[in-house]
Design a protein around this ligand. Structure first.
Ligand code: AMP
Length: 219
């Protein structure tokens, strides 16, 4: 099972990926999380990635593709995987096809998460992430029981460096110009499943994940 999560920043990719990861018992791989781990460990990759991420820009394609190639060698992806935040450019999508073809694998579904644009900025600036287990919260819609503390592991909740208003505006713009065309790319190969996650429309992660499962069952 290979699932790709596509969508704007804070469209809910990670949340839906989490539900699907449990449902299919496959790992969810977030390129953003891998970059952030490298940044916190001060690796060469982290130092390079940070120069782009702090501006809300994409890390260069070659660096990102190399990172994914190496991650896909790990034994835990043998039975399947979810990619959350990759590919983010048409070039990355083409490279991913090449990598999977070499392995004799193919994508089952690309979940294209649409969102109500006005909801994105609020979701980004209100997002808090557990510094330990990476669980996400929203200070308004989904606050933790104790302010600043993760319900799941007791870790400290922090705001991501790029979750500020100014950087969020740039990240949404980058999504529109560089990532939105990836949906057209997958539309042509017939694996695109477009759906909506929206508080306003009351469509939350479990409902979206159920729709993805139904799509896969009917394929
Ligand atoms: P995310 O956690 O998915 O919101 O990603 C945070 C940041 O990591 C993005 O704004 C980019 O700077 C970088 N990043 C994550 N995935 C990619 C990717 N596939 N290509 C390039 N940059 C990426």
């Amino acid at each position: 099972m290979i699932i790709i999560m596509l969508g704007a920043p804070a469209s809910g990719k990670g949340s839906v990926a989490g539900v699907l990861s449990e449902r299919y018992n496959i790992p969810s791989i977030s390129t953003g999380d891998i970059f952030r781990k490298n940044i916190s460990e001060g690796t060469e990759l982290g130092i390079l990635a940070n120069t782009y991420m702090t501006k809300g820009e994409l890390v260069p394609d070659d660096v990102t593709v190399d990172m994914i190639v190496s991650r896909l060698e790990d034994p835990d992806v043998e039975n399947g995987l979810i990619l959350d935040g990759f590919p983010r450019t048409v070039y990355q999508a083409e490279k991913l096809d090449e990598i999977l073809e070499e392995k004799g694998k193919k994508i089952d579904v690309v979940v294209n998460l649409e969102s109500v644009e006005e909801e994105l900025l609020t979701r980004i600036v209100n997002r808090r992430v557990c510094s330990n287990c990476k669980a996400t919260y929203n200070t308004v819609l989904q606050p933790p029981a104790i302010d600043g503390i993760c319900d799941k592991c007791g870790g400290e909740l922090i705001q991501r460096d790029d979750d500020t208003l100014e950087k969020a505006v740039n990240r949404i713009q980058v999504y529109k110009t560089q990532t939105a065309p990836v949906a057209d790319y997958y539309e042509k190969t017939g694996v695109l499943f477009t759906t909506l996650l929206s508080e306003r429309a009351n469509r939350m992660k479990n409902e979206v994940a159920n729709d993805v499962v139904e799509y896969l069952n009917n394929k």
